[in-house]
Design a protein around this ligand. Structure first.
Ligand SMILES: NC(=O)c1ccc[n+]([C@@H]2O[C@H](COP(=O)([O-])OP(=O)(O)OC[C@H]3O[C@@H](n4cnc5c(N)ncnc54)[C@H](O)[C@@H]3O)[C@@H](O)[C@H]2O)c1
Length: 251
């Protein structure tokens, strides 16, 4: 499929996991793609790399401008960079709450703000935010992280309303637990990584983790000009975790 032929995309957090899979998928479907990431050492051709920190406005503005100049404009913004946080509402101090909101929520605000002037000049403008099942389901030990993703969900709807008449679509994907380097780090830090993986797999009705490629496929679907009537939606890519209620196996 070459539905992205002639389009220019910027993917934040595109050096790893879901962002990396998305950047390569969009390039494979014909887009010219630039990656914005803290660490771009692993970004390879045909992707362009721009090092920036989404928690720093100057850094974001500079990288978005450079990416738009290198690509000759911008049609698609994938707001994907994000970080995790563990614990109940008692476990993270104010500084940690500010830091995670700064990256996960304000990071998307900064990149969108810098990209919008370019997106307005596109004939197929789309923004896709990486949200999470944590926005819509109560997960234990994820109070701060879930709050940031709830904000991303609401931000997605508000942005979709603000920009629909400018021809800019805004949607988000809500992945379940995805098999990325991030989750690999979480498993490595667990007392029993195999048991932790089994528990995460069992939480999803499909009985397995979501792959980065599956989330990338959903992001590409929402970003594609073929989805021109889709805006203000959250697409679950969670192995049924949000919507299904199964009986125990065999009963
Ligand atoms: N992996 C999961 O289970 C899962 C589930 C739901 C949602 N998500 C979301 O998917 C997104 C990507 O997660 P992933 O699992 O691919 O993680 P990952 O750690 O593999 O990749 C995240 C990328 O974001 C970059 N990044 C982090 N902070 C940054 C900053 N301040 N500025 C610029 N870049 C920064 C990192 O360098 C890294 O390349 C995140 O928003 C995450 O919340 C992940």
């Amino acid at each position: 499929m070459s539905d992205f032929a002639g389009l220019r995309a910027l993917v934040t957090g595109g050096a790893s996991g879901i962002g990396r899979a998305t950047a390569h998928l969009l390039a494979g479907r014909g887009a010219q793609v630039a990656v914005l990431d803290l660490d771009t050492s692993s970004v390879d051709k045909p992707l362009l790399a721009h090092r920036a920190d989404v928690s720093d406005d100057t850094s974001v503005r500079t990288a978005v401008q450079q990416a738009a100049e290198a690509l000759g404009g911008l049609d698609v913004l994938v707001n994907n960079a994000g970080i995790g946080a563990r614990g109940t509402v008692e476990d993270n101090d104010d500084e940690e709450w500010r830091r995670v909101f700064d990256v996960n929520v304000l990071g998307m605000v900064r990149t969108a703000r810098a990209a919008l002037p370019h997106l307005r000049r596109s004939r197929h403008a789309a923004i896709v935010n990486t949200c999470s099942v944590a926005a819509t389901a109560g997960l234990p030990q994820r109070a701060l992280y879930s709050a940031t993703k709830g904000a991303v969900y609401s931000l997605t709807l508000a942005m979709a309303a603000d920009h629909v008449r400018e021809g800019i679509r805004v949607n988000c994907v809500n992945p379940g637990t995805a098999d990325t380097p991030w989750v690999g780090r979480l498993l490595d830090a667990a007392p029993d990584p195999a048991a932790e993986r089994a528990a995460l797999e069992a939480r999803q009705p499909t009985g397995r983790l979501v792959s980065a490629a599956e989330v990338a496929g959903a992001i590409a679907y929402l970003a594609s000009p073929l989805s021109g009537a889709t805006t203000g939606t959250a697409l679950a890519v969670d192995g049924g975790m949000q919507g299904l209620r199964l009986r125990p196996a065999g009963r």
